[in-house]
Design a protein around this ligand. Structure first.
Ligand code: A2P
Length: 314
């Protein structure tokens, strides 16, 4: 699994095709998408175009996609998987992740992914993780998927899968950046042989800018003052320092960009190395601050499957 992947959240199908093509040309070999990003068709088209041009072979690319929260019942795993396979149209999937431990009302209605009752409470359902994981394992056994993993699970939920599975999760994907470092969960996964990918490694600067414009007090991780001397010393941007810090912690990064200049910048992080002291100084910046969130209604917060409750230490 290449250490740097192209993230695609919030990019449309057409934007994604252009970004994937440019990414492959500049050397990206890992692309991250999801059923819920509604751009799998664009991702697949970009990859197929580059295969047709002879730039890559299918096996050169590591493609991740994800089972949505609306399909967390055993019967629906394959419904979602078949849709993703058809949209991507590149044969197999390299890594298939359960996108969330928490399930919303199973639905085919893709215009209402977070259904609510008349009081505005989300319609969620209790997930049978063991049964859903068994279907994930069958996806591997069928050859449609090469490896499986989970996203947004906490330690308790990962341990449950480890205790109730034949095929162990290969990867955990979680939000991870300097203000939300997830040290304990990362160490736990690494101790179990589970690789960790970090989404939002740049701290979701688009959302931070919107919050700031709305008068909220937020700090954009790209503006973190501790990064300034490092940027000068290594002649690198804030984004490059942030990404380098993650990969030196053995965390795979998937920064999203559709801008070729920034995509190139995010890949150019293999020609310098932060010292142990610099790594430690950045480690002190943790604020346990999550910037990506689920819609947190009462039903979500009270669900047995909510991953970030007060009784879940990490
Ligand atoms: P864009 O697609 O216009 O490049 P994250 O992965 O942390 O959520 O960050 C994604 C956001 O960060 C996107 O809005 C993306 O915008 C922007 N972004 C991606 N790469 C960089 C970079 N190197 N410098 C600044 N912003 C970036």
């Amino acid at each position: 699994m290449p250490l740097v992947g192209l993230g695609t959240l919030h990019a449309t199908d057409d934007e994604t095709t252009a970004a994937v093509e440019a990414a492959i040309d500049m050397g990206y070999r890992h692309i991250d998408t999801a059923y819920l990003y509604f751009n799998e068709a664009g991702v697949g088209r970009g990859i197929r175009n580059k295969i047709a041009q002879g730039v890559i072979k299918r096996e050169d690319i590591f493609l991740t996609t994800k089972l949505p929260h609306t399909h967390l019942t055993p019967e629906r795993v394959h419904v979602a998987l078949e849709k993703s396979l058809a949209r991507l149209d590149i044969g197999y999937i390299d890594l298939y992740l359960m996108h969330s431990p928490l399930g919303f009302l199973p639905t085919e209605d893709e215009t209402n992914l977070y259904p609510t009752d008349a009081q505005g409470n989300h319609l969620i359902h209790d997930v049978d993780h063991k049964a859903v994981w068994r279907e994930m394992e069958k996806a591997v056994e069928s050859g449609k998927v090469r490896s499986i993993g989970v996203s947004n699970f906490n330690r308790r939920q990962i341990q449950f899968i480890l205790d109730n599975s034949t095929i162990k999760p290969a990867n955990l994907q979680i939000e991870c950046h300097i203000y939300y470092q997830q040290k304990e969960l990362v160490n736990y996964c690494h101790s179990k042989g589970i690789s960790v990918s970090g989404y939002g490694p740049l701290g979701n600067p688009g959302l931070m800018a919107k919050l700031k414009a709305a008068g909220k007090q937020v700090t954009n991780v790209l503006d973190e003052p501790t990064l300034q001397p490092l940027m000068k010393k290594y002649n690198k941007s804030a984004a490059q320092i942030l990404l380098r810090w993650e990969i030196q912690r053995d965390i795979i990064v998937i920064p999203k960009s559709t801008n070729p200049k920034r995509m190139q910048e995010n890949l150019d992080i293999f020609d310098f190395k932060l010292t142990a002291e610099e790594m430690d100084n950045i480690a002190k910046l943790d604020q346990k601050l999550r910037v990506y969130a689920l819609p947190f209604s009462k039903n979500v917060l009270e669900s047995k499957d909510f991953p970030w409750g007060p009784n879940d230490p990490y």
